[in-house]
Design a binder for this molecule. Sequence first.
Ligand SMILES: Cc1cc2nc3c(=O)[nH]c(=O)nc-3n(C[C@H](O)[C@H](O)[C@H](O)COP(=O)(O)OP(=O)(O)OC[C@H]3O[C@@H](n4cnc5c(N)ncnc54)[C@H](O)[C@@H]3O)c2cc1C
Length: 309
Amino acid sequence: MLRSSLLFASRSPAARTLVETTPLTRPVVDRFVAGAAVDDAIRITRELVDSGRLVTLDHLGEDTVQTTDADATVEAYLRLLRLLQETGLSENAEVSVKLSAVGQSLPKGGHRIALENARRICSAAGVVGTTVTLDMEDHTTTDSTLDILAELRMDFPWVGAVLQAYLKRTEGDCRDLASAGSRVRLCKGAYKEPESVAFQDKHEVDLSYVRCLKVLMNGSGYPMVASHDPRLIEITGDLAARAGRKPGEFEYQMLYGIRPTEQLRLAEAGHRMRVYVPYGDEWYGYFMRRLAERPANIAFFLRSMLSRG
Ligand SMILES: Cc1cc2nc3c(=O)[nH]c(=O)nc-3n(C[C@H](O)[C@H](O)[C@H](O)COP(=O)(O)OP(=O)(O)OC[C@H]3O[C@@H](n4cnc5c(N)ncnc54)[C@H](O)[C@@H]3O)c2cc1C
């Protein structure tokens, strides 16, 4: 119920104004977001890389309805990629892109525009020697995103994508994508989805995650295990061992600000551990999804408001 309300609010302009104009929100946002400026993103990336972790950077923004905003997002990624190269970070840091931020949700020609914009970002990533992973948004975008992935991979075979275990279709998508060179980031899924397409029960989502992970681990692609769930992390170790995968042949991924001690433990144990680092001004949707995911995050938010109020 609370999760549904928060996910509903994540797409409500009125709720957005309310949350964004509350000054007390900021310290809580800072827990999950590297900062507003690209320099903040680079500074945090440096800290994470120095501690043995890998990074994927997300320039915040989604559901863009103006071509000029989509263009500005592309420019922001091009600048970020240049800076990653100049600071020597491009070997350990890649970028994550939401196609709706680069045009997918434009009313006219969105699919084509998003493909062209994503292509520009991939070209720049290729030049600086890093990779791009396509985030996955609500289920109405899944087909378009996977089509764009297939187009991009013809020129840039290293482009990865996110699949969401809560979608009933995902086990099949994992089979389709578990091939050589294919990078798949498997997560549970963060949007409000109807029963017709998504498992609603947490336990069913977890079971689906394990089925999907088995497919990816037994395939010949590169699984990226995006979860903070201790049980799934343990199961990942078992499945990887059974599939004969060594530590460098898959990776763990977590969000910036969530379970940092566990991130370090995995990195120190010799695993590839990548942190998803969002930065920029457009933090609202991302922040609300993080609150929706975990009651403790809401308690943290309320506590910090009360202690300052
Ligand atoms: C790298 C990355 C990329 C992502 N990209 C996408 C995307 O493109 N599309 C999308 O829909 N979703 C994406 N997500 C979000 C994802 O779908 C989930 O909403 C999110 O990861 C929470 O699910 P979980 O697997 O951590 O498990 P949950 O069911 O949220 O939590 C399971 C358990 O993990 C532990 N845990 C979780 N959070 C915390 C915390 N804050 N502190 C301490 N313990 C905690 C607790 O033990 C909890 O019981 C991404 C997540 C990651 C890590």
